[in-house]
Design a protein around this ligand. Structure first.
Ligand code: UDX
Length: 454
């Protein structure tokens, strides 16, 4: 690992306590630490990180005041609203205390974009704030366009217009616009506007992506936001990432993969939040079984709605199905995903198209089947299938025949092979951009000097 001399400047990081946000924030922390910055992390009690996994950093817990009913990802917008209301005073007290402590001067505050309340506090304390947006740039452009999309009549989304193209944001269709199911869609709209306004008031915007993947979105966001933008990804490929996993990964899947042929296994995982109905679970399971391909499936506690969301057993397959796939399938509650994707036996990834999963798949050259469910996932899937052409969207429903067909297209047919070739080119670009002279390398140098210039 590149380890610069300590330079006596501290950064304070404030991650959003969800898996898909914690991973990139801690990877960013590792990167900036390797550039010589000291790192302090302010964190909520909810999904608190384990300091033992990051012994170089100092940790400052704050009381998030979440009620038991609020401390859940069932309604993420409700969770974000509660956190942004309840963390204000504890965060301000913690940060001012840190600023008044003797010790290394604090150069910058880095927060997740979904902590909009922190901009006013940073301003009040005269501390510059930089934002990490954990999605890609293209979907963020769409998120930032909510006022325009409302003005043009796309929002609120009408069910009879889902297939229409969004002329202002090609190649997106109406159904690809970020959507989150919550009681009041107005709350989502307001949260999006507030988030973007507070990003515009910040001193810079970091993305876990790379310029070659999203050139036009990068110029659009620069123009729209008027602040420096730093696409410095893929984060996890810069330095070996430390673990920020909330659930313990089951390493048995690696020994299982060791016994499978190259590119033969479909890895199936829908991230940390997506929940599906029992009926969908069964169609997925039957489709996988009928495809006759080996698969490794992450059935996370809580994946199937109504089943236990605590840690514990995964949702069982019906007996008949379990017998049918015995020897050809391996099921775990949580996987060491980076290792699984990098394994030579893994030949395809059926994903919910969360941005971390998508980028991780690109970095290992693994083509995808996309089953986006909410937020940025639909836009990610559109880029995967229509722009980068490295994956298949399951657009005609989740029936078992559709599933079986998609799996065979990806794993057996020529179409899948062509996608594997195209994603191998993206993988190469993802590697080159990090090397001396590469785009992400250059942006990281810029970011580091930006943070030292204040
Ligand atoms: C959420 C949103 O859904 C996503 O769209 C947004 O871009 C970020 O926040 P999540 O749904 O969890 O995240 O998906 P994703 O972005 O793919 O992040 C999941 C992370 O968990 C990945 O880094 C992945 O490597 C890790 N993971 C997932 C595991 O380590 N093991 C698993 O079994 C599954």
């Amino acid at each position: 690992m590149e380890m610069k001399q300590r330079m006596g400047k501290r950064l304070v990081l404030f991650p959003l306590p969800l898996q898909g946000h914690l991973n990139p924030m801690f990877q960013l922390a590792d990167i900036l630490h390797s550039k010589g910055f000291s790192i302090s992390v302010i964190h909520t009690h909810f999904n608190a990180p384990n300091p033992d996994n990051h012994t170089n950093f100092t940790f400052h817990p704050i009381a998030d005041g979440l009620l038991e009913t609020e401390a859940s990802t069932a309604d993420v917008i409700g969770l974000f609203a509660a956190l942004n209301a309840k963390c204000v005073s504890p965060f301000r007290d913690c940060l001012s205390q840190m600023l008044s402590d003797q010790g290394e001067p604090i150069a910058f505050l880095i927060t997740d974009a979904f902590w909009p309340f922190t901009q006013a506090i940073a301003d009040g304390l005269k501390l510059p704030r930089i934002v990490l947006r954990t999605t890609n740039i293209s979907s963020f452009v769409c998120f930032a366009a909510f006022p325009l999309l409302r003005q043009k009549g796309y929002l609120p989304i009408q069910d009879n217009r889902l297939e229409e193209p969004v002329a202002e944001l090609p190649p997106l269709k109406v159904k690809d616009i970020p959507r989150v199911s919550t009681a009041d869609p107005e709350v989502v709209f307001e949260f999006a506007c507030r988030t973007c306004n507070e990003v515009k008031a910040s001193r810079g915007l970091i993305f876990n992506t790379f310029e070659e993947l999203e050139e036009s979105a990068l110029s659009a966001i620069r123009q729209e936001f008027g602040i420096p933008v730093f696409p410095i990804g893929p984060f996890h490929k810069r330095i070996p990432p430390s673990s920020s996993s909330i659930l313990p990964p089951d390493k048995s899947c690696i020994s299982w993969l060791n016994n499978q042929s190259p590119n033969s296994v479909l890895y199936v995982s829908f991230g940390s939040i997506v929940a599906i109905k029992e009926a969908e679970f069964l169609e997925i399971a039957w489709g996988l079984a009928n495809s006759m391909q080996p698969f490794l499936w992450v059935i996370r506690p809580g994946l199937v709605r109504g089943s236990s969301s605590g840690s514990g057993a995964t949702h069982p397959l019906p007996d008949e199905l379990a017998e049918m796939v015995a020897g050809r399938a391996h099921i775990v509650g949580w996987a060491p995903q980076l290792d699984v994707l990098a394994h030579p036996a893994t030949g395809g990834f059926w994903t919910h198209s969360g941005w971390n999963s998508t980028l991780e798949s690109v970095c290992e050259g693994v083509p995808m089947i996309c089953l986006p469910k909410f937020a940025d996932q639909m836009a990610n899937a559109r880029y995967v299938s229509d722009v980068w052409k490295v994956g298949i969207q399951l657009e005609n429903g989740l029936g078992r025949q559709n599933v079986e067909k998609a799996v065979r297209r990806l794993m057996v047919e020529k179409e899948g092979e062509e996608m594997r070739e195209r994603i191998a080119c993206l993988k190469e670009k993802a590697t080159l951009c990090l090397a001396e002279g590469g785009s992400s390398h250059k942006y990281l140098e810029n970011l580091a000097s930006h943070m030292l210039s204040v």
